[in-house]
Write a protein that binds this ligand. Structure first.
Ligand SMILES: Cc1cc2nc3c(=O)[nH]c(=O)nc-3n(C[C@H](O)[C@H](O)[C@H](O)COP(=O)(O)OP(=O)(O)OC[C@H]3O[C@@H](n4cnc5c(N)ncnc54)[C@H](O)[C@@H]3O)c2cc1C
Length: 359
């Protein structure tokens, strides 16, 4: 490995590979980067690793991972995280990669995130699935200017809702959990949901019903219609119910409608994008840009299967070519992992078995 994890004096992080996306494929890629002898940084827009496995089906069993007859998606992500630990890849969560620029003078890539991180890297491995998971936003034009002050898509600082009139919108676990959590702290909590049925754990739904019956939370079944915000200060929210229009006095709207995947900035990077996915050459899963690889669900090629297994294979091959971009003057000799002294010491703390290396 060539470079350190800390930024240089210019604030730029130098590395061999930037892995965009910490889903199952990105995590395995971080391990493979270590095996191949490359330093890497992983970046994900979400606050936790795991991609679709954690966001969409954490407790669903998976049956088609080699040598693991059955595990839940969460267990798989835990194991992948454990597997890459010996290489301690820096993982930057809550950062969406926005820009990818070629630096012609160095033949390297500059990668920038919305959180201000800048990387200088020999290669980029896109394991970005269907794009970044972003919150589904309120479809009212006035919501955009109020975002961050009066309209929120996550609860980051709970204290900001103390003694405030809060409307929570949504019918899933997050919406119900936050409506319940804020009831003692906020001045008033109203939960607005389209239907009188919820997509949340039974116990949470029962607790909500009790809170509504006890008058701790108001429940309004209907759709958000207007945000009344004179001078850009939220005062009230109109909700269309089946029978009429209801006005709810409110200082804050917390909309928790779930996450949607959005390719977003990746579509602007000059890649060959087809139907929302990135076309690759299957020799090394390299895109139309030299040193930029696409693996996992984001990659498209004939007969591509959107499976975790396929992504593992693609990442493994891509990183072998990435080595040539990081070390153009070196030839990498293939050694089976059991006979790789460096790998054995990192993982087991002991030297490798004394067998001949395969090359
Ligand atoms: C319900 C369901 C069940 C499934 N069951 C199975 C199964 O049993 N077996 C199987 O093999 N497969 C299964 N799959 C498919 C499997 O989940 C995917 O193939 C796998 O998640 C792809 O992994 P990935 O790492 O490529 O992408 P993802 O898991 O989608 O992760 C991509 C990550 O990239 C991040 N990202 C994207 N753009 C950016 C950006 N610009 N900046 C920063 N971060 C970004 C995203 O936030 C996300 O975390 C299932 C899928 C679903 C929906």
């Amino acid at each position: 490995m060539s470079e350190a994890a800390a930024p240089g004096k210019d604030g730029v992080l130098r590395t061999d590979v930037v892995i965009i996306g910490a889903g199952p494929v990105g995590l395995f890629a971080a391990f493979e980067a270590g095996v191949v002898g490359l330093s890497c940084h992983i970046v994900d827009a979400l606050e936790q690793v795991g991609g679709q496995c954690i966001e969409l089906y954490p407790d669903k069993p998976i049956f088609d991972i080699p040598a693991i007859p059955v595990c839940t998606a969460r267990q798989l992500i835990d194991r992948l995280t454990e597997q890459c630990k010996p290489f301690a890849p820096p993982i930057h969560l809550g950062h969406r990669v926005m820009q990818l620029e070629r630096v012609e003078s160095t033949q390297r890539w500059r990668v920038s995130t919305d959180g201000g991180l800048v990387f200088d890297t020999a290669s980029v491995l896109l394991s970005a699935g269907n794009g970044a998971f972003v919150p589904q936003r309120v479809g009212l034009p006035e919501a955009q200017t109020l975002e961050g002050r009066h309209v929120h898509y996550a609860v980051r600082k709970r204290a900001m809702f103390a003694d405030q009139r809060v409307v929570v919108a949504g019918g899933g676990d997050s919406a119900l959990d936050w409506a319940l959590a804020l009831r003692g702290q906020a001045k008033h909590v109203t939960l607005v949901h389209r239907r009188n049925a919820f997509r949340a754990a039974d116990a949470t739904v029962q607790e909500l019903k009790r809170a509504v019956a006890d008058g701790q939370i108001d429940l309004v079944i209907g759709a958000l219609a207007t945000l009344n915000a004179p001078h850009d200060v939220l005062r009230s929210i109109e909700v269309k119910t089946l029978e009429a229009s209801v006005t709810i006095e409110a200082d804050h709207l917390i909309a928790l409608y779930g996450l949607v995947a959005d390719l977003g900035p990746i579509a602007q990077w000059g890649l060959d994008v087809r139907a929302g996915r990135v076309a690759v050459d299957t020799s090394y899963y390299e895109t139309s840009l030299p040193g930029v690889f696409a693996v996992g669900d984001i990659a498209i090629y004939p007969n591509k299967q959107k499976l975790i297994l396929s992504g593992f294979h693609e990442a493994s091959l891509a990183l072998r070519k990435a080595y040539a971009y990081a070390f153009p003057d070196k030839k990498r000799v293939h050694v089976h992992s059991s006979y790789d002294a460096g790998l054995s010491e990192r993982i087991l703390g002991t030297p490798a078995a004394q067998e001949s290396a395969h090359s």
